[in-house]
Design a protein around this ligand. Structure first.
Ligand code: SAH
Length: 258
């Protein structure tokens, strides 16, 4: 593997690194490079332990992340810590699940670094809503089915569904919807979609721990999924996928635990 074109990880800088949804093989070369050169890695609760084991021996590791239902440091504290470590002249890798700029608060951290005048780089990762779906045998788009897909968070700032959401517009305009952080608000998400005209027979799936050895996929319909989730209790993190692409899974389910 040639890595000569990879940029230098300069002292006193912060790289916001996406780790992908789970499988270490889904990390980018830049992400691996960051873990090999970081002096300190500040990581999210969502980062897979197999990925943490790739961190350079001798580097400091600081777990610091948001995880629904768990006590975690406020975002301002995380931002301040990143600035503090960079000012100490460290190479700081801020490691996040999926992509740092997709529902990952990476934007807030990058803004804090920009305001503090700290040099930073964004290392995109494969977001769960694309890569996790692929591991479940569900394409985000398929020409026979949808020409648009919406990524939606089931969590507003205070943990409930985001305020002021246009459910009618969403139901009309997004043939396929991928909800992040949707499990806790599942009943309400389903009720809103049905009220906005989506059909109870529409195929849906809950994809849990995608791209990890514990991956599981619950296929159902919009009308039935809330009851099925209560019975099966899929573990977080999980995605809810709504739409015709779920139907392709019966042909495309390629994944086997290893
Ligand atoms: N930045 C991340 C998303 C962080 S929000 C990304 O780009 O993927 C956290 C939500 O992401 C979880 O509640 C869940 O909905 C989803 N998620 C992250 N990793 C996942 C995985 N391995 N399997 C299923 N869902 C996942």
């Amino acid at each position: 593997m040639t890595t000569h074109s990879l940029p230098e990880f300069g002292p006193g800088s912060v790289w916001l690194v996406g780790a992908g949804p789970g499988d270490p093989g889904l990390m980018t070369l830049l992400a691996v490079h960051a873990l090999a050169h970081a002096d300190v890695v500040v990581h999210d609760a969502l980062v897979d332990p197999r990925i943490l084991s790739m961190i350079r021996p001798g580097a400091d590791i600081e777990p610091m992340g948001k995880r629904g239902g768990h006590v975690s440091p406020p975002q301002t504290e995380i931002n301040a810590r990143l600035v503090e470590l960079a000012r100490q002249g460290k190479r700081v890798a801020r490691l996040k699940g999926g992509d740092p700029f997709v529902f990952g608060r990476g934007a807030e951290e990058a803004l804090a670094l920009a305001e503090a005048g700290i040099p930073f780089r964004i290392v995109p990762g494969i977001t769960a809503g694309v890569g996790g779906l692929a591991y479940a045998g569900i394409p985000a788009t398929s020409r026979s089915c949808n020409s648009a897909v919406a990524f939606i968070t089931g969590h507003g700032q205070d943990g409930s569904l985001p305020e002021g959401f246009d459910w009618d517009g969403l139901a009309r305009g997004a043939p396929v919807m991928v909800f992040y952080m949707a499990l806790r608000q599942l009943d309400e998400v389903v009720a809103r979609l049905l009220a906005a005209g989506r059909k109870p027979t529409e195929p849906v799936a809950v994809v849990s721990k995608a791209a990890t050895p514990e991956q599981s996929v619950l296929e159902s319909t919009l009308g039935q999924i809330a009851a099925d989730v209560k019975a099966a209790k899929p573990a977080p993190p999980a995605l809810l996928v709504v739409g015709c692409v779920v139907g392709l899974r019966k042909m495309l389910d390629w994944w086997e635990p290893c």
